[in-house]
Ligand binder design. Sequence first.
Ligand SMILES: Cc1cc2nc3c(=O)[nH]c(=O)nc-3n(C[C@H](O)[C@H](O)[C@H](O)COP(=O)(O)OP(=O)(O)OC[C@H]3O[C@@H](n4cnc5c(N)ncnc54)[C@H](O)[C@@H]3O)c2cc1C
Length: 459
Amino acid sequence: MTKRVAIIGGGITGLSCAYYLQQRTAESGDGLRITLIEAEDRLGGKVKTLRRDGFVIERGPDSILKRKPEGLELVEQLGLGADVVTNRTGRSYILKDDALHPIPDGSVMGVPTSLRPLLKSGLLSMDGKARALNDLFIPKLGDFDDLSVGEFFRKRLGDEMVDHLIGPLLSGIYAGDIDQLSLEAALPQFINIEKRYGSLILGLRETMPKRGKSEGQFATLTTGLNAVIDALADALDSEAVSIMTGVEAESFEKDDNGYYIGLSDGTAVEADYVVFAVPHRVAERLIGADFLRRDRVAPDTSVATIAMAFAREDVEMSKDGTGFVVSRREPKAITASTWTHLKWPHTAPEGKALIRCYVGKPNDPGIIEKTDDELVAIAIKEMSGTVAIKGEPDFAVVTRWPLAMPQYPVGHKRWLAEITARLARDFPNVYLAGASYDGVGIPDCIRQARSAAQNITAS
Ligand SMILES: Cc1cc2nc3c(=O)[nH]c(=O)nc-3n(C[C@H](O)[C@H](O)[C@H](O)COP(=O)(O)OP(=O)(O)OC[C@H]3O[C@@H](n4cnc5c(N)ncnc54)[C@H](O)[C@@H]3O)c2cc1C
């Protein structure tokens, strides 16, 4: 019998789920009829590239972490391997007291592995450095299931280390409150290190592979990450997969024949299997089951990216750098600035520079309501002193992402295990996948999509 599968959401999660379903069905010969429902007129969700005047501008994500294999594996399978480039490694800085401080050499997520760079750094006060070194002597924290990232690192390394280094570095991934963020969900490797060694500094020294000349940890496509979305859409066979764009899933019901999804154009899709590849708040509303309701400590964070194109001679910055993140104690709206043409040389044509700034913090949701001109002016003003900007940008592209960065509160993993079990019991053959659940990065989303596809074809 042909299985009817509905996928709600046409971002990287929904599209890669359709792709893996098609692939596995072709291998097994099972019949499968897939309908992918996407509310926007375009596919891709947060993956969105703009190509303009020779620039490659990522409006959402700009890179794929190489260490998590699912991202580049998919890129290879789609035949895009020749377009993959690795980031140029340069110095990354922290902006504190209006000055740029290099991230101390050898640190991992801000945690030092060698003492000399930490001691030489202007980032921490003498007291802050002494407190960080206490990590070598503080006994193990004892048994715990989960803690906030903030609490854990404050206990081991002190407040300065968290506010000036670890917090800003993590904010690029979670854009949330580090004192609410689950350590188990975000940085589980540090729990293992602490339980084994106590000291994070010693534990990292023991466990980190000794690196020679460091290679970039990220990859992207010279054609822009949207090429992955286009290749996925092209790879889907219209005989097996029908893609509906500009149509929102508005209701979800279960009856004896399976599931029934009501759409904004008045039609409906019936399915035996449903994958919710949308943010959790959408899945929660559509499924409407009490057990999915989440008492949120904080809503998902709204962010915006501000990409600015300049003539190269109009901007001056440290040539060995690739950008900076901003200390949590710095009174600024921008949270980071990437010198994109230095990190990814293919993104700007000869003689041009591309700078991308980020705004959006949990306690600053209104920032994305500002006009484009206001956001550009804020970005330029707050960079002055660290990047010398002589002229106006040739053009700027502001992209707002309301409620885009999912927050994983303490206990997130336990919550996920509980709702997954309840879902399997009360809504068999319904799956949740994507950034709200088991990792926010593109490779995490692809892994979850592949796992949902495996579950469907295996059942
Ligand atoms: C500014 C920014 C920078 C980032 N940088 C990186 C990075 O460099 N590297 C990285 O790995 N990750 C990065 N991320 C995270 C990553 O981009 C996302 O986690 C990932 O793209 C999420 O994919 P998704 O398919 O799960 O969700 P989405 O991309 O949000 O897709 C969900 C889709 O569902 C649709 N939808 C919603 N409701 C409905 C409905 N009712 N009916 C039908 N369709 C619906 C939406 O329109 C959307 O297209 C970044 C995110 C942002 C916002």
